[in-house]
Ligand binder design. Structure first.
Ligand SMILES: [Mg+2]
Length: 384
C-alpha cells in the first residue's frame, strides 16, 4: 500500500517547467501522468497572454501532452483571470491584446469604447497592438473625464525570452507608460497576484496548506504562491538562474532540478526517468519491474552461443537459422541492431523530440518574463 501523496493538489506552471519553447522538459509528460495516477488534482497556471486557452492547448498537444495529461478546463490563464476580473465588475475593456486571444475576451471586449459609460483598458503582451496609435487611444480612454475607466494588466513582465533566443519587451513597460501618463495604478491579475492564486485554490476546492506550486519563476510562481501560504518548488529549468536560490526575500520550500524530481518528492516515489515505464507498470500492478539477472549457467550459455555465432559468421553461415533460441536468450547482447531501431524514434525521448519539430513558433514565444539568459539544468540538487 503506497503512502498518500505529500500534497493532494498541485499547481503547475507551463512555460519553463513543463516545456521550454517547443521542447518538452525531459520526463515532464510522464511526471504529470504520475501525479494524476497518484490521485493528485492538477491545475496548470500560466501567464501566457498572447494566445487563447484553446490555442495554447493545441500547441501543447503538438509537443506531446495528450488529453490524459492536460485538458482545457484544467488550464488557468491570466487572460481568463482578466476576463473574470472585468466580468465581476461589469466592465468592458479597450483591449491592447493580440487578435489570437480575443476569443477568450468576447464578453468583455468594449471595442473602441465609444459606447461605454464605464470601462477599462486591458493590456497583455501584444506585439501587433502595442504601438503609438493604440497606446494613445488607451490613454484617452483612461483620462476621459466623461467615463470612469480602470487600467488592468494581464501581467507586468518586463521582458521574456523570445523564439529567436533573444530577450523581447513584455507588457510591463507599456503598463508603466499608461500608469505614468494617466496617473492610474494598474490592477494586475496574473501571477504573482494573490488573487490569481486564491482563484486557483478555489478552483481546486482546497486550502493553501494542502497545495503545492511548482514553477521556474522565483517571483511569479514562488513569490506569488508563498504570499497566500502555498508550499513551493522552484525548478532549475526555464528561466531559473542560480542566483534565484539566494534570493533574500523569496524562498521556495524546495529547489529541485526539474518537474521530475518535484513530482518524486510529492508522491514519495523513487522516480527514475530512464525507467519510468517500469514504474508506471508497477503502479498498475502489472508485469513491470527489472528482469531477474541471469544465472551463471545462463551467462555461460550466452557466451558460448555468441562465440559460435562469430565463428559461423566468419565461415559465411546463418546463425539465426541455426540458433533460433538465441533471439530470446541473448537479445540484449546485440545492442548495435536494436540501437539502430531505437534511433528511428521508438523511445520516449525520441517521441517527444519528434513532436516538437512540428510545434508552432508561437509556442516558443510563450511570454512569461525571463529574468536572465540561460537554462541551468546541471546544477547539483539541493533542498532549502
Ligand atoms: Mg514559467
Amino acid at each position: 500500500m503506497r503512502d498518500p501523496p505529500r500534497f493532494k493538489n498541485v499547481l503547475l506552471d507551463l512555460s519553463g517547467t513543463l516545456h521550454v519553447g517547443d521542447k518538452v522538459v525531459s520526463g515532464a509528460i510522464s511526471a504529470v501522468s504520475l501525479l494524476k495516477r497518484c490521485g493528485c488534482k492538477v491545475l496548470f497556471l500560466t501567464n501566457t497572454s498572447k494566445t487563447s486557452r484553446a490555442r495554447l492547448l493545441a500547441q501543447l498537444r503538438k509537443i506531446g501532452f495528450d488529453e490524459e495529461c492536460i485538458v482545457e478546463q484544467d488550464i488557468m490563464t491570466s487572460v481568463i483571470a482578466a476576463r473574470n476580473f472585468l466580468m465581476d465588475r461589469n466592465l468592458k475593456a479597450y483591449c491592447l491584446t493580440e487578435e489570437a486571444v480575443m476569443e477568450d475576451l468576447t464578453e468583455v471586449d468594449g471595442g473602441d469604447m465609444s459606447d461605454s459609460s464605464r470601462g477599462a483598458v486591458l493590456v497583455g503582451l501584444a506585439p501587433t497592438a502595442l504601438r503609438y496609435d493604440r497606446m494613445n487611444a488607451a490613454f484617452r480612454v483612461l483620462v476621459d473625464e466623461k467615463v470612469e475607466s480602470e487600467l488592468v494588466a494581464i501581467h507586468t513582465s518586463k521582458y521574456f525570452r523570445d523564439g529567436d533566443g533573444m530577450l523581447s519587451l513584455g507588457p510591463g513597460p507599456f503598463v508603466k507608460a499608461l500608469e505614468d501618463a494617466s496617473g492610474k495604478e494598474a490592477h494586475v491579475v496574473g501571477k504573482p497576484s494573490p488573487t490569481f492564486f486564491e482563484a486557483a485554490l478555489s478552483e481546486l476546492g482546497c486550502s493553501a496548506g494542502d497545495c503545492v506550486m511548482i514553477g521556474d519563476d522565483i517571483v511569479g510562481d514562488v513569490g506569488g504562491a508563498n504570499a497566500v501560504g502555498i508550499s513551493t518548488v522552484l525548478v532549475r529549468t526555464g528561466k531559473f538562474l542560480p542566483k534565484d536560490e539566494d534570493n533574500k526575500e523569496i524562498k521556495a520550500t524546495c529547489v529541485m532540478d526539474s518537474i521530475v524530481e518535484a513530482v518524486d518528492w510529492i508522491v514519495g516515489e523513487e522516480y527514475d526517468t530512464e525507467n519510468e515505464e517500469t514504474i508506471l507498470k508497477e503502479m498498475d500492478g502489472g508485469e513491470g519491474g527489472n528482469e531477474a539477472p541471469m544465472s551463471p549457467r545462463e551467462e555461460k550459455m550466452v557466451k558460448e552461443i555468441q562465440a559460435l555465432r562469430s565463428q559461423l559468421k566468419e565461415m559465411g553461415g546463418e546463425p539465426r537459422e541455426l540458433f533460433p533460441a538465441e533471439e530470446k536468450v541473448g537479445g540484449e547482447g546485440e545492442s548495435g541492431d536494436s540501437k539502430d531501431e531505437k534511433d528511428e524514434g521508438t523511445g520516449t525521448g525520441d517521441k517527444e523530440e519528434g513532436g516538437v519539430t512540428e510545434a508552432t513558433e508561437a509556442m516558443e514565444a510563450t511570454e512569461e518574463a525571463s529574468k536572465g539568459p540561460e537554462t541551468h539544468q546541471d546544477e547539483p540538487k539541493s533542498k532549502v
